[in-house]
Design a protein around this ligand. Structure first.
Ligand code: CUA
Length: 180
């Protein structure tokens, strides 16, 4: 449900911005048709506006990026999790996941050691439809991703980077079970 409202907001925002750009465009065209304004003073004003807008856009860009990227499930955040209780090796192949185990104890910190056999893949861990952690699985490298499995149940592993015709088939399930 949340996705739908986010998409709608982005869509409305896009339409609004397009309308603003179209209006400015029409205003400029209409001005030119009326005979325009003197070029030199108009250019000076425009340059001043452009310089101001550049800084507004630059500052807004940095603030928006900082605010929206901070809560993302990127490995930097996962690294902040305390030390791992157990390690799971995960190797990506075209097109399947090879996991050293498919069940983990609830409440423990699991460190995934990720690599790939062939091309770059994306290891994405979902609880329901929510992405809770992800990083790349790359040939020749081992990437580490620490995740605490807070709730029992099924967690889905999907590939998050397009890796060929079987990309969509790269699925696996990890079960978080109550510790014995
Ligand atoms: Cu592996 Cu997409």
């Amino acid at each position: 449900m949340q996705d739908v409202s986010v998409h709608e907001t982005v869509w409305v925002l896009s339409l609004t911005l397009m309308a603003v750009v179209a209006t400015i465009f029409a205003w400029v065209v209409a001005g030119a048709a009326r005979g325009g304004v003197e070029a030199a003073p108009a250019a000076t004003t425009a340059y001043r506006w452009r310089a101001g807008l550049f800084w507004v856009a630059a500052v807004a860009g940095v603030l928006i990026a900082a605010a929206t990227l901070a809560p993302w499930p990127i490995p930097g955040h996962a690294r902040g999790v305390e030390k791992a209780d157990l390690v799971v090796q995960a190797k990506a192949h075209q097109w399947r996941w090879e996991l050293s185990r498919d069940s983990v104890p609830v409440g423990k910190v699991v460190e995934f050691e990720l690599t790939a056999d062939d091309v770059n893949h994306g290891f994405a861990l979902y609880r329901g439809d929510r992405l809770i952690a992800q990083t790349q699985a790359m040939p020749g490298f081992t990437n580490r991703l620490r995740v605490r499995f807070d709730a029992p149940g099924e967690y889905r592993v999907l590939c998050l980077e397009y890796c060929g015709v079987g990309h969509h088939a790269m699925r696996a399930v990890i079960n978080a079970v109550a510790a014995q």
